[in-house]
Write a protein that binds this ligand. Structure first.
Ligand SMILES: Cc1cc2nc3c(=O)[nH]c(=O)nc-3n(C[C@H](O)[C@H](O)[C@H](O)COP(=O)(O)O)c2cc1C
Length: 245
């Protein structure tokens, strides 16, 4: 155990923040840590947008339906970005590059690069005593977020991150047992490990300090995938020049 591992194991999403803005030193430190994440073939295929304009924050909060998108110390939006890659290429080169740039491989590359940078940002913030919450809810209306942030072709919003001084300390949420997610050499499925987790999570949901309910992880997943959500994402993604082939 060391301080880094302690920070990692102490993670819980924070959804209520004190009314204190992050300092520019804190923001710079978080962004620098994000930038130092590994990046596929040195592509750095992401952009981070810090939202400082209150009315823009309010519009993003409206898309997400979550108050902590507006009420936090700082709001970041992580975007997949392949826009820089073709810059200043002659038209015939740019055309040739697009064939490759717009495939599924580079959609994955840019989303993975952005996620790695984001998780570095999260750990950096948490190591400073701040709390974070990722915000996939910005994809409730991905086209509106794309427009609000004035993103050019080959740039799409992926998720946000609210950061700030925690104003609550939620329970740490249990994770699947190691036997359910870590296998050696070949894939295995351990039904018992998931069943055991369901029992554990049912009692966690019954006993936790807020928002307690009767539920299991398996039931949650069945509910989640039984109804379609955000079916407009494919359209926007492809319109912006990602994942076209
Ligand atoms: C990419 C991503 C998007 C998320 N989007 C949201 C969100 O929109 N709203 C929210 O309240 N939590 C969001 N979360 C937080 C998860 O719900 C949370 O990490 C998960 O339930 C585990 O809880 P914990 O982080 O407290 O351990 C998101 C997490 C990730 C990784």
């Amino acid at each position: 155990m060391n301080e880094v591992i302690e920070t990692l194991l102490n993670h819980r999403s924070i959804r209520k923040f004190k009314n204190t803005k992050l300092t520019s030193t804190q923001i710079d430190c978080i962004v620098e840590a994000a930038q130092q994440a590994s990046t596929s073939s040195y592509m750095m295929a992401y952009t981070i947008i810090g939202v400082t304009d209150d009315s823009l924050k309010a519009s993003l909060a409206e898309v997400s339906g979550q108050p902590y998108v507006k009420e936090n110390g700082h709001l970041l939006v992580f975007c997949a970005d392949l826009n820089r890659q073709t810059h200043s290429a002659p038209p015939e080169v740019s055309l040739k590059m697009k064939e490759n740039l717009e495939n599924s491989e580079h959609f994955l590359v840019s989303a993975i690069d952005a996620a790695l940078a984001a998780q570095n940002a999260a750990i950096a913030a948490e190591s400073m005593g701040l709390g974070i919450c990722y915000l996939g809810s910005l994809r409730n209306d991905i086209a509106r977020v794309d427009e609000l942030l004035a993103l050019p072709p080959h740039v799409i919003p992926l998720f946000g991150m609210a950061i700030g001084e925690p104003d609550h300390l939620p329970d740490r949420k249990p994770r699947l047992p190691k036997q359910a997610v870590y296998f050696e050499n070949q894939y295995q499925f351990h039904d018992e490990a998931v069943q055991e987790f369901d029992k554990r999570i049912a009692s966690y949901y019954q006993q936790r300090s807020s928002n307690n309910r009767s539920d299991t992880w398996t039931q949650q997943m069945h509910r989640r995938f039984s109804k379609t959500i955000r079916m407009d994402v494919t359209d926007l993604v492809q319109k912006k020049g990602f994942n076209k082939r």
